[in-house]
Design a protein around this ligand. Structure first.
Ligand SMILES: Nc1ncnc2c1ncn2[C@@H]1O[C@H](COP(=O)(O)OP(=O)(O)OP(=O)(O)O)[C@@H](O)[C@H]1O
Length: 552
């Protein structure tokens, strides 16, 4: 992944065209990182065109932009600004998804060159450890006894990579040079910078800064989840601070391993979700409680994250208490926790008291080499795409863009890891969007194994599972799960592809209702008031059968 994702200077200045006045143009105001930028655009511009203009005039690359207006993400690129109700004088919030990973090239004094992808919030000490590891492999001895220079300057171990990068181009060129005597441990080199040394008696924020929230005492957490909780908790107790991700619209924190050498988990507090009171991106608080996607509520994202993990059954069947198996789609293990730390975004002063405790989802940090946004879909294995399509269809996911699928390499094979499920199981289908719909793999038939998995799904069992874990879905969300599961099973049984099934859930344009929305409308108008849920679903089933037969 390249750091050149967000160019901070205008990429191209064109006077007299996109940034200039026109008789049909309107002025909107973009708020970004605390500043307000007026922009002249055409009312009939599509969202894609506006993003392109922002790129041309302001230098922020299109795929790193998220626009929010009136509490709603302007996520459909082919829709027009006016479709979303934007008019002259309106204020749009621009959120920039800056990548956390930087590509760093390190050159040794003897000309050997290494390339690393390093999180921008890591420090130089961490980079030196990476160099040492790599150097060992090629017999380059005592690499740890070298110093790292950038433009001739000796970089202190505690300097953040982000800080170093700011003064440089897309790639940092560092030189590793043998030093006279470099102390091997951080404590020897700069004791006052280690929290524990400088203040050995400083107590941890609370006795146990992190605790799982277990609603049903009968349900057991898996050893994998316990190990994630233990490492995160120990990391916090050792002063390893949560590090806020620069990506995303909500507060997402990387939780460090006690060694400080890697991340173990990702914490998302409910009060920092988009449009919640403590959102660190400065999004306005939701006026009606609705989240960024239609049919979701602010503050429920963390529950949805946990529900996604619980519902992602392994191939062998529904997750039982304490189960460690990876789910069919590979949703990372996720649990609800409470956590206390001064690094989180707090409205008032932080005093470490009980009112500062945050509730949110804690998800295992998954090793990755970027997201599906970073490359075209051509090389993704069909089965990897299919497992995501199965999950998204059955949960009617309203936020499946390519940035929410991480990629990892296992040998030559690319493995896809679905993340960010805070908008799955919405109350309605209005904002269902699947980026994979236009990937070629979505048109391939499902394999026998996938078909068997799909037929094993049971929405009633799923609802009971969520309920036993403390989340009783609202009747509207439960209906979504029932209908989506039914659609997936019926479509797959007819031999339809993920594309053919998925497109029934998605709107083509902002105001054109999807097939499933039309079916629900028809079902409503053809059932009498007071009809039972089972009766209503029977009508939906008949209409769905008709729609699916049309797709054959
Ligand atoms: N389980 C995970 N393992 C590794 N990295 C993760 C994980 N979850 C999230 N991330 C990283 O954190 C970033 C922000 O997380 P995420 O996309 O879930 O936040 P968000 O605020 O919900 O985003 P969005 O604006 O897309 O809704 C991701 O782009 C990804 O790089």
């Amino acid at each position: 992944m390249s750091v050149a994702g967000v160019a901070l200077r205008p990429i191209h200045k064109r006077s007299g065209s996109v940034c200039s006045r026109s008789s049909e143009s309107i002025v909107i105001y973009l708020t970004v990182a605390g500043s307000v930028i007026p922009m002249r655009i055409m009312e009939s511009d599509s969202i894609a065109a506006v993003k392109l203009k922002i790129q041309i005039c302001k230098g922020f690359v299109v795929k790193k932009q998220k626009l929010v207006f009136g509490g709603r993400e302007l996520s459909r690129n082919n829709s027009l600004l006016k479709d979303y109700g934007v008019s002259s004088g309106d204020v749009l919030h621009l959120i920039l998804r800056v990548s956390d990973l930087l590509v760093i090239t390190v050159k040794s004094a003897i000309g050997k060159q290494f390339e690393f992808e390093v999180d921008r919030f890591r420090n130089v000490r961490y980079l030196r450890q990476l160099v040492a590891e790599k150097a060992k492999g090629i017999g380059f001895i005592n690499a740890d006894d070298h110093k790292i220079l950038c433009n001739g300057e000796d970089l202190d171990d505690q300097r953040l990579i982000d800080d170093v990068w700011k003064k440089n181009d897309a790639v940092i060129h560092l030189v590793v040079q043998k030093s006279g005597e470099v102390p091997s441990s951080l404590d020897e080199r700069n004791p006052e910078k280690d929290d524990r040394k400088s203040n050995p008696k400083k107590p941890p924020d609370i006795d146990s800064p992190l605790q799982p929230i277990i609603v049903n005492p009968g349900s057991k957490l898996s050893p994998t989840i316990w190990s994630m909780l233990d490492s995160t908790s120990e990391g916090l107790q050792k002063g390893k601070k949560p590090i806020r991700s620069s990506e995303g619209t909500g507060g997402t924190y990387f939780m460090q391993h006690p060694s400080g050498n890697r991340y173990v988990a990702v914490f998302k507090p409910i009060d920092e979700e988009p449009m919640a009171v403590n959102n660190p991106q400065g999004l306005p608080v939701s006026s009606n409680g609705e989240g960024l996607k239609r049919g979701t509520k602010v503050g429920e994202g963390a529950f949805r994250e946990v529900a996604a993990y619980l519902l992602d059954h392994p191939k062998s069947g529904p997750r039982t208490s304490g189960d460690m198996e990876t789910g069919f789609a590979g949703v990372p293990p996720t649990v609800m926790v409470k956590c206390l730390n001064g690094e989180f975004n707090h409205l008032g002063d932080y005093d470490g008291g009980p009112e500062n405790i945050k509730v949110g989802s804690l998800q295992m940090f998954m090793k990755n080499c970027g997201s599906c946004e970073d490359m075209g879909p051509r090389d993704f294995p069909v089965e990897e795409v299919h497992k995501i399509t199965v999950f998204d269809i059955r949960t009617a996911n309203a936020d499946r863009h390519a940035g929410n699928i991480l990629m990892n390499r296992e040998g030559d094979r690319i493995v896809l890891i679905p993340i960010d499920h805070g908008y799955c199981l919405p109350e309605n289908f209005e904002d269902c969007t699947f980026d994979w719909l236009y990937w070629p793999q979505a048109r391939e038939p499902y394999s026998r194994e996938t078909l068997d998995y799909i037929q094993s799904l049971d929405a009633e069992q799923d609802l009971a599972l969520l309920s036993s874990n403390g989340w009783n879905l609202s009747p509207e969300c439960a209906r979504t799960l029932r209908i989506s599961t039914m659609l997936l099973k019926k479509g797959a049984a007819r031999g339809l592809s993920a594309y053919a099934i998925g497109r029934i859930l998605c709107r083509e344009t902002l105001h054109k209702e999807s097939a499933i929305e039309k079916i629900l409308e028809k079902a409503h108008s053809s059932t009498l008031p007071g009809t039972s849920e089972a009766g209503f679903l029977k009508t939906v089933t008949d209409l769905l059968d008709f729609e699916l037969d049309k797709a054959l």
